[in-house]
Design a protein around this ligand. Structure first.
Ligand SMILES: C[S@@+](CC[C@H](N)C(=O)[O-])C[C@H]1O[C@@H](n2cnc3c(N)ncnc32)[C@H](O)[C@@H]1O
Length: 445
């Protein structure tokens, strides 16, 4: 199996079964025994097609007599792969892009006429690459939707928030490849020691420009096989999540509750900040996720983390007013992590409508666990106000005993004087993320 075949099979699985491309690709690479450059190419092809799917389909449909929706899924994926390479990967000769897609169609598609059709469509596109049809600009949302391959409903939601230039910048940032950021487990080693160990194993390592104890990694190969990973000297996390822990003020000796904890990233960040002194109770609704948190904590040697299965909406009397710090990293639409999970954009938006209700209920219940004088953090990895600022505003209306508290972050975010911030990939070079810090200044009424 080569990179293109792995990409085709992954894209086809995701299209037909609705899975996530990152997970499906990982399985496909393992099944096909792909490593190194072939694995990197398969990843680029797979993510590139997903990131540009609406644009690719716009052009393909102009050059095909048959609507794409009436073609076999693998034929559509072969067409997308061929055109993606021609438009975005100038290092690949165009003839190789066309021929490989024709070959994939011959090997994997049922219809004997499919290879001829794929050849004809891609050759015709190749001849017209310098004069492709223009995307209509009369409707700004539709234009940006096609140009940057995001659904119209999302673009329509962003335009009033960011304006057309800001929206375009955000959508473009979503189609970029974020760096791998490794957070050093400073309870076990210094950043310099970890950087050296990684470099000795051939990883390209650089310091993060503004986040302490964070390394940017390149050429990791299978990261989980690295000695530094196996020894629990780092974990992979976006800077936004670390910023949430920094804003929270988690400190040694505190009693902390992480209400929505799996797979454990915020708990790990807090426990490391606490120098593994104190207690972090890390809960998640789903029983199978408890093991995931425990495995991460064990690998990192963070003994203060106590994983539990618990529903964040259901009150536990023994926890009332018992914690210095409560983290609510709420289940959300994930629209801030499109860079890492490019297919989030194509998921059905209908179930997202119920999320604010769940978020409100979890925040409401979690607030009861904060001691007077303690801190309640609310965060999500999304950028839409209805899951972020609007949740906090509604909560504060009912809870005068809580107030927003200013905090200072390293990097472009700087001082957050209003106590809440939305981080954006195009501005802060992080995932899209929301952080709000609330201090309980009075007794529960
Ligand atoms: C955004 S993720 C948390 C990410 C985690 N804090 C981290 O940094 O790794 C939200 C989590 O909330 C969990 N969840 C959903 N509903 C919940 C509920 N009612 N109570 C507790 N956890 C819930 C989900 O299983 C999911 O793991």
């Amino acid at each position: 199996m080569d990179a293109r075949e792995a990409a085709l099979l992954t894209l086809n699985t995701c299209q037909r079964q609705g899975g996530w491309s990152d997970g499906a690709l990982k399985k496909q690479l393992a099944a096909g025994g792909l490593e190194g450059r072939e694995a990197a190419l398969a990843t680029q092809l797979c993510f590139g097609v997903v990131q540009n799917q609406l644009l690719l389909d716009f052009y393909l449909s102009k050059f095909s007599n048959i609507p794409l929706r009436r073609m076999e899924s693998k034929v559509v994926q072969a067409l997308r792969l061929g055109l993606y390479q021609m438009l975005f990967l100038s290092r690949i000769p165009q003839s190789a892009a066309v021929n490989s897609s024709v070959e994939l169609t011959r090997t994997h598609c049922k219809n004997p006429r499919a290879p001829g059709m794929v050849n004809a469509i891609l050759r015709s596109l190749q001849r017209n690459l310098n004069q492709l049809p223009t995307i209509p600009q009369n409707d700004p949302a539709e234009y940006l939707s096609i140009l940057y391959s995001h659904p119209v409903w999302l673009v329509e939601e962003l335009l009033p928030l960011l304006g057309s230039e800001g929206t375009a910048e955000y959508l473009q940032a979503n189609n970029s490849q974020p760096p791998i950021t490794a957070m050093v487990n400073t309870t076990k080693a210094t950043t310099q020691q970890v950087a050296q160990l990684l470099a000795e194993q051939g990883v390209e390592v650089a310091s993060h420009p503004w986040l302490e104890d964070c390394l940017i990694l390149n050429k990791t190969g299978n990261l989980e096989r690295l000695d530094a990973y196996q020894q629990g000297l780092f974990y992979v996390q976006d800077p936004a999540s670390r910023l949430m822990a920094l804003a929270s003020g988690a400190a040694p000796g505190m009693r902390v509750l992480d209400v929505c904890a799996a797979p454990g990233g915020k708990s790990f960040a807090a426990a490391i900040q606490m120098e593994n002194q104190g207690e972090v109770i890390s809960c998640d609704l789903h029983p199978h996720k408890k093991k995931l948190i425990q495995a991460g904590a064990d690998r990192l040697g963070l003994s203060i983390i106590k994983p539990m299965t618990a529903d964040g909406k259901v009150r536990r009397e023994e926890w009332v007013s018992a914690f210095d710090l409560v983290l609510v990293d709420a289940p959300c639409s994930g629209l801030g992590v499109i860079r890492k999970k490019p297919d989030i954009r194509y998921k059905d938006p209908e179930p997202l409508a119920d999320l604010p209700q769940v978020q409100e209920a979890i925040l409401e219940n979690a607030a009861g666990y904060v001691k007077t004088g303690g801190v309640l953090m609310y965060s999500t990895c999304t950028i839409v106000p209805r899951e972020n600022g609007e949740i906090v505003a509604a909560f504060l209306k009912k809870h005068p005993e809580f107030v927003r508290e200013a905090f200072i972050l390293p990097g472009p975010a700087g001082e957050v004087s209003e106590g809440e911030i939305t981080l954006w990939p195009q501005v802060h070079q992080t995932d899209g993320f929301f952080i709000c810090k609330l201090r309980k200044v009075g007794e529960t009424p």
